[in-house]
Ligand binder design. Structure first.
Ligand SMILES: [Zn+2]
Length: 227
């Protein structure tokens, strides 16, 4: 299986989406898109809260961590290896968004800001959004230091997202849980605790930056409307 899908999004006519596994390479992604008449739109991802609304294929990769479009023929792409890839779909307006949420972007509330941008720019009602989450590092594997916990707590996140890891100053962070809460607070039903083998660190079919330490290995998540 080259990529995972969410059955709620698979049922939408004309919508293409998926969460690529480790066998789904960048070349594979470009072939996949070309065969369907889609142009991939990738970001220079910088762990920010920068969101790009895309109307036509950009001439270069914008810097940022979320993409949004209503234009058929564009395929929004997010690269991850432990960070959380989120796909959002406004089923009423046929508006798609893709978000890269690592701990920094999560702490900057990129998911909530993306929902807000969908609302302010296009008039999205959050209740119309279908949110799908791809595999990311799981709460039992994502050890972070006290510094990361402090940044989250000062940003107003719950201390319940952190469980002591059994070593001084170390905690496990629940990254998917943090983003599910963010979606809920934005008025969006959180993604079902989805897809099989969802911890990238445990799953050999996933790339994991923490496990492999190779910055060139990334998984590709994508969403777009067929032309
Ligand atoms: Zn794990």
């Amino acid at each position: 299986m080259l990529f995972l899908t969410d059955p709620r999004l698979s049922r939408v006519p004309g919508l293409i989406h998926g969460f690529g596994r480790r066998g789904f390479t960048e070349n594979g992604l470009f072939d996949f898109a070309r065969e369907r008449g889609l142009r991939p739109v990738l970001l220079d991802q910088i762990h920010s809260d920068l969101i790009h609304i895309i109307e036509k294929e950009p001439s270069s990769r914008p810097s940022g961590d979320a993409l949004m479009t209503r234009t058929p023929g564009l395929l929004l792409v997010i690269k991850t290896a432990d960070c959380l890839p989120l796909l959002l779909w406004d089923r009423r307006l046929r508006l798609a968004a893709a978000v890269h949420a690592g701990w920094k972007g999560t702490c900057l509330r990129i998911v909530r800001k993306t929902v807000e941008a969908m609302r302010s720019r296009f008039g999205t009602d959050p209740a119309d959004i279908v949110a799908a989450a791809g595999p990311c590092i799981g709460p039992a594997c994502y050890e972070v230091g006290m510094d990361v916990r402090e940044v989250f707590l000062s940003a107003g996140f719950s201390e319940l997202l952190f469980v002591p890891a059994g070593r001084p100053g170390k905690y496990f962070l629940d990254l998917p849980g943090a983003n599910a809460r963010e979606l809920e607070e934005a008025g969006v039903a959180p993604p079902p605790p989805t897809l099989p083998s969802s911890c990238t660190h445990c799953d050999p079919n996933s790339h994991s930056w923490r496990r492999d330490g190779d910055p060139t290995r990334r998984m590709f998540s994508f969403i777009g409307l067929q032309p």
